[in-house]
Design a protein around this ligand. Structure first.
Ligand code: AP5
Ligand code: MG
Ligand code: ZN
Length: 215
């Protein structure tokens, strides 16, 4: 299964990808997670990316295309993968198409999560992430048993730097300008599948797995 999860910030890409990883045993490739790891490790790429990420702007196409191209050639992607947060611009989508054609690994589907803007803001402001294992939570919609503590590993939960109201607004603008056109791009390739992302987490997962069964 070779899949792209498309959708605005807070649509549930990471949440759904984590469950699909469990279900299908294929890796999640999240450019956001990879960039945040590079920032933490203070690599040259991380240092360059940090300013863009803190501002809610996109990191340059060349940087993200490079890291994804490298990642896709690793052994664990041979059985499939779930791209989360990539591609995000038409040039990234074109580059991905070239890479996957060369690797003879065509995409099976592009799942686009449809969520209203008000809900996105509420999801992002209430999001918490485990510092240790990376599991995502929401203070209302997916709360841990004990506030501030990860159910899975007892790690402490933190709020992402870019989940501040002002930065969220800018990320949403960037999405509409640069990423939303990818729906038409993948519609033209007959790969686009729209899913109602407003439903509860488990229901969205059911909708995705149901449509993957018939492709
Ligand atoms: P990235 O990390 O990709 O962030 P994003 O696209 O803004 O998306 P999020 O991770 O915020 O949202 P999500 O859809 O994963 O939602 P989640 O599942 O967590 O990118 C960050 C930055 O890195 C970018 O701004 C850019 O600078 C850079 N970058 C990354 N990729 C790049 C690229 N390709 N090119 C250039 N730059 C790039 O859910 C959110 C919350 O909602 C959680 O609390 C969750 O519990 C809750 N929730 C989820 N689903 C539901 C539901 N159905 N009902 C209720 N609550 C729900
Ligand atoms: Mg995410
Ligand atoms: Zn954890």
């Amino acid at each position: 299964m070779r899949l792209i999860l498309l959708g605005p910030p807070g649509a549930g890409k990471g949440t759904q990808a984590a469950q699909l990883v469990e279900r299908y045993g294929i890796p999640q490739i999240s450019t956001g997670d990879m960039l945040r790891a590079a920032v933490r490790a203070q690599t040259p790429m991380g240092l360059e990316a940090k300013a863009c990420m803190d501002a809610g702007a996109l990191v340059t196409d060349a940087v993200v295309v490079g890291i994804v191209r490298e990642r896709l050639q690793q052994q664990d992607c041979a059985q499939g993968f779930i791209l989360d947060g990539f591609p995000r611009t038409i040039p990234q989508a074109e580059a991905l198409k070239g890479t996957l054609t060369a690797l003879e690994m065509p995409l099976d589907a592009v799942v686009s999560l449809q969520v209203e803007t008000n809900a996105l803001v509420e999801r992002l402001t209430g999001r918490r992430t485990c510092r240790n294992c990376g599991r995502g939570y929401h203070i209302r919609f997916d709360a841990p048993a004990k506030e501030g503590v990860c159910d899975a590993c007892a790690g402490d939960l933190f709020q992402r730097d870019d989940d501040q109201a002002e930065t969220i607004r800018h990320r949403l603008e960037v999405y509409h300008q640069q990423t939303a056109p990818l729906e038409d791009f993948y519609q033209a390739e007959s790969l686009l599948k729209k899913v109602d992302g407003m439903a509860p987490i488990a229901v969205v997962q059911q909708q995705i797995t149901a449509l993957l069964q018939v492709i």
